[in-house]
Design a protein around this ligand. Structure first.
Ligand code: TYD
Length: 134
């Protein structure tokens, strides 16, 4: 089974321009507790390099492009996000890295919990250790 679970959002735009609506437990598959966005990413910077014990997220590149790597401790897959109507569902216990941000990239992330540093696993070997104990 692929690690890359993409959600295609219905485009509500018309001849005036684009519009996409995100609703909790409708096209976003969880309660929405937090939204954050990454922008003005410096050249050749990669981000992420962590997993979450409990958090689920949907990442949407609403402008520009970037590349995600998802890794469940066994398989590693890569996907380019470059469309505002495509969301990448990221389950808990999934190592993620973000690379190749375009200058204009705006990466929006929807999450089902408030920010909590305790939920992060920031060391890859610790992540592999946790996977083995599931
Ligand atoms: P981090 O999750 O490490 O960023 P990335 O995965 O994109 O590399 O977050 C960077 C910093 O911002 C870190 O100190 C935690 C803080 N932060 C918050 O305070 N609230 C948030 O919702 C997020 C995502 C990060």
């Amino acid at each position: 089974m692929s690690l890359i679970n993409l959600i295609e959002f219905h485009r509500l735009g018309d001849d005036r321009g684009g519009l996409i609506s995100l609703e909790q437990n409708q096209n976003i598959p969880f309660d929405i507790k937090r939204v954050y966005y990454i922008f003005d990413t410096k050249k050749d910077v990669a981000r992420g390099f962590h997993a979450h014990k409990d958090l689920q997220q949907v990442a949407i590149c609403i402008k520009g492009s970037c590349r995600f790597i998802l890794d469940d401790g066994v398989h590693r897959e890569s996907v380019i996000l470059d469309k505002p109507n495509i969301g990448l569902f990221i389950n808990s216990m999934m190592w993620r890295e973000m690379h190749d941000f375009s200058d204009d990239c705006v990466l929006m992330v929807i999450a089902n919990h408030h920010y909590d540093e305790v939920d992060y696993i920031r060391n890859y070997d610790d992540f592999l250790g946790c996977i083995k104990h599931v």
